[in-house]
Ligand binder design. Structure first.
Ligand code: AGP
Length: 586
């Protein structure tokens, strides 16, 4: 939800922090700040707005500071403004935080020190300063025992100007190892221009960084050694690669991403080599947002081919529904970031009940990846744009491969294996999608309708459009419209009808005729030579493909439509208002 960057070494910390924060702005960007340490003092610079706004203030910054922390925020407690921006200071302690301190009220009452901000973060600084008697580690270990909730912390102590402390519980934080310099960051893109060597912090672990040394401790103070990892991504993959937006780049990376994902789980005509499944109960798919929509496709595919009962549920509902689970079930949690708070909580609930868990994630070493019994990685590569595209498609592909594995139907895999070339052809329809975006860009509301897998596709197409174009849209099961919602259809109401499912085509076409008869403007997304009986005002045709590949191909078309609509409306495509790439708070 927020981005953290820290540095200690021999270079100017200010420039390194700002550069890192810019790579992390996809995690939240309503305010930003840095703290620079030098002998005996720590200077804080912070303001509402993006990192670029903060950067303008730094001319007055101390000449050279070689240690510092930085933060770019997505507000959870306290409106976006300067006083609520991080870093926060309390006495000799300055820190940045990603997460939520859930017992902040009790701590405020107990510590009885007047806070300056409206944030929960500040209470962590007050607690640390209260506990600090000259030994930072002792204060940190004592504070960990008192703090409840989720927190990734970067901490400076005023009388320790060359040392940086990091703590991680439930919110992501990694430690970068450089040559005579060391780093902390919320995510790998912030490190790539400096180093590809990094350590993962496990739950409750503490790291102590000087320019020469990094030391790790468990929450109870035991020093531990950790394996250094090497980031696979290069800097290029964290840049836009010549596209106007990360989203455009990531839409066009889908053939390669799908290829990499398929290759990982379909080798020598064998699906998931070495993996066995023995599911006697129900598969419970749990996720949020687009990952949930991929789960809807997974439900459709597994039930259709493997005839195993599947439910697909929103994680924030599942975790509080006291779900009825069986040890014969399999919980599949889907998440691009692997850090979504509700999805992590759902996984932990299942584990606490002794139910087998499988995570489908895109980020190596993420919380879900490390806590699930099994993990299948989508190979989409780093996804920077807040609106997911390639990770969603790879999730859907992986679920379809899993459905075929459970159905022991290796034959259909050839179609999935041919998906990359199909998606390449879909991407050639960009100009058509741009033209349609120009036609619909002024719409005030819009409906997506479909049946079966087309309904799942409608849900994702609607979310994609909403979250980046800010046009209100609603996905509806086509057969359900007449039970009330069709009253909203009037002259000129735009309706995007998904008609890629041949089995349900005629039924959905009837529903399209119903909305057309009431004045709707219809954009049909369908397969070649479909007989639309003249009811569509516009048609987006998929390249030749079967029903099996249609959802992924259709998704790419709807991503392009949403992207160009947002561009036409002049929106911040990669960092839409109010959103963040990974919702690590509930
Ligand atoms: C997708 O475009 C949205 N940004 C959002 O719905 C996202 O899918 C959701 O927050 C889940 O994120 P995750 O996949 O990282 O768990």
């Amino acid at each position: 939800m927020c981005g953290i960057m820290g540095y200690t070494g021999d270079r100017d910390a200010k420039d390194i922090l700002i550069g890192g924060l810019k790579k992390l702005e996809y995690r939240g960007y309503d305010s930003a700040g840095i703290a620079l340490a030098a002998d005996g003092t720590i200077e804080i610079f912070k303001d509402e707005g993006k990192v670029a706004v903060l950067e303008k203030q730094l001319d007055q910054a101390m000449e050279i500071s070689k240690t510092g922390i930085g933060h770019t925020r997505w507000a959870t407690h306290g409106v976006p403004c300067k006083k609520n921006a991080h870093p926060h200071r309390a006495g000799r302690v300055v820190l940045v935080h990603n997460g939520i301190i859930e017992n902040e009220k009790e701590l405020r009452a107990e510590l009885d020190r007047q806070p300056i901000s409206d944030t929960d973060t500040e209470i962590a600084a007050i607690l640390l300063d209260t506990l600090y008697n000259g030994d930072p580690l002792t204060a940190i270990f004592q504070a960990i025992k008192r703090l409840e909730g989720s927190y990734a912390l970067g901490i400076l102590f005023e009388d320790q100007p060359q040392t940086l402390y990091a703590v991680r519980k439930d919110s992501p934080l990694i430690v970068g190892r450089g040559n005579g310099e060391n780093f902390i960051a919320s995510d790998i893109p912030a490190l790539l221009e400096h180093t590809r060597q990094y350590y993962l912090l496990n739950e409750g672990e503490v790291a102590v960084l000087t320019k020469e040394r990094i030391t790790f401790f468990t929450a109870d103070g035991q020093q531990v050694n950790k394996e250094v990892l090497t980031a696979e991504q290069d800097l290029q993959s964290a840049e836009k690669g010549g596209y106007a937006h990360f989203m455009a780049k990531e839409i066009h990376e889908q053939p390669e991403a799908v290829q990499a994902t398929v290759s990982r789980y379909y080798k020598d005509h064998t699906l998931f080599p070495g993996e066995e499944f023995n599911i006697q109960g129900t598969i419970r798919i749990v996720a949020c947002g687009s990952a949930y929509h991929a789960g809807l496709l997974g439900k459709y595919a597994i039930e259709k081919w493997a005839r195993i009962p599947v439910t697909a549920e929103i994680a924030s509902e599942f975790r509080y529904n006291d779900p009825i689970l069986s040890k014969e079930d399999l919980i599949i949690v889907i998440s691009q970031s692997g850090e979504t708070a509700d999805s992590v909580a759902a996984l932990r609930l299942a584990k606490a009940r002794g139910v087998p868990t499988l995570a489908i994630v895109n980020v190596w070493g993420s919380t879900l990846a490390r806590e699930a019994d099994r993990v299948f990685y989508t190979a989409a590569g780093p996804e920077i744009s807040v609106a997911t595209t390639k990770a969603y498609t790879c999730q859907a592909v992986l679920l379809y491969l899993l459905a075929l594995k459970l159905a022991e139907n290796e034959l259909a895999c050839e179609k999935i294996a041919a998906l990359p070339s199909l998606l390449e052809r879909v991407l050639e329809q960009g100009e058509q999608c741009r033209a349609l975006a120009q036609k619909f860009k002024q719409a005030h509301r819009l409906f997506f309708i479909g049946r079966g897998q087309d309904h799942a596709l409608a849900c994702e197409g609607s979310l994609k459009l909403k979250e980046i174009s800010y046009i209100h849209s609603e996905a509806y099961a086509a057969g359900e419209l007449k039970h009330g919602t069709i009253s909203l259809i009037e002259e000129g109401t735009p309706v995007i009808a998904l008609l890629t499912d041949r089995e349900r085509f005629s039924k959905t076409l009837s529903n399209v005729k119903e909305v057309k008869a009431r004045g709707a403007t219809v954009l049909a997304v369908t397969y070649e030579n479909a007989d639309l009986a003249g009811v569509a005002d516009d048609i987006l045709t998929l390249p030749p493909c079967s029903d099996l590949e249609a959802p992924m191909a259709g998704a790419v078309l709807l991503q392009l439509f949403a992207y160009y609509t947002a561009v036409e409306r002049g929106n911040d495509v990669d960092q839409p208002r109010n959103l963040a790439k990974s919702v690590t708070v509930e």
